[in-house]
Design a protein around this ligand. Sequence first.
Ligand code: CA
Length: 368
Amino acid sequence: MNTIKTWGKVALVGLSALILSACGSEEKETAKAEQKTEVIHWKMVTTWPKNAPGVGTGAETLAKNIKEMSNGRLDIKVYAAGELVPALEVFDAVSRGTAQMGHGASYYWKGKVPAAQFFATVPFGFTAQEFNAWVAYGGGLQLWEEIYAPFNLIPMVAGNAGVQMGGWFNKEINSLADFQGLKMRMPGLGGEVLKKVGASPINLPGSEVSTALQTGTIDATEWVGPYNDLAFGLYKAAKYYYYPGWHEPGSAVEAIFNKDAFEALPKDLKAIVRSAVQQANLDMINEFTARNNAALQTLVNEHNVILKPFPSDLLSALKKASHETIEEVAANDPDSQKVYESFKNFLAPVTQWHDVSERAYINARADD
Ligand code: CA
């Protein structure tokens, strides 16, 4: 009994010491926190029009969440396209440190960094879920960081709109011949595919799309999907709305950081930023999935939009042209070749898996 009591006393003394030392470290933590109340102010430039549903509001929510999670220590002011820099200059502005952070889509930089296109979307490539899996577990992120490092940038996936729509046309599209001479707004690799089939792709930021279509500067455009396209009023300029978005099966939104600015953050703020960006990525696909169909029904039932699938032989021709285009882009640029190899090595097995999971299930659910 005595031995047990003695051990009990020892344990009690030990416990008290532990509590005292815990109090000591708590005081130290409080003191540290007080020292850190300095607020860091950042600028986030975006490629999106002010309050663009999903993408633009996603940037605003991300800044708000980082501020809350950091208890106000990292305060980020968000600029819509053109407010601080034009949409297509976001990459350069963050690279040189005019802004510490950017929010956009990597295919806008294809003229400067051809391999960047693979981190937005590839025609007939990954869905949102597959892209996220490649980035996180298939080596995608390491390659993306490597491609952006010479520009003093750190990339992260900050959202995805899911499978997009094929676009708005002012005439019916019945065959590949209907793409001949068509002036269509389409960024990224999809635009390169259009060139191959005889159309003229134009890389316009979202803010200029509606006017360009209304004035006839372009004959057709793709933008995102029903939720965004309804808000833009694209139905006022063209009546035929085609699906699916073969050119953008899962366009990722990127958050880019000036490397010096990000590295200068204390460790906890870095973790907060990474965590908030991951949360934003999930939130955006959730929002689009939840809201696209209601917008689509409004377009069809209230605005008399004619909804049509692309003919299957046209899709087959576009698929063939897409594969050729991507092979060519890869053959002409060593970085693109490296990313393309990784992309291909992930696409084949994930397609094999999704054939017996997602696709089999969605087909089974549709059958009565
Ligand atoms: Ca698009």
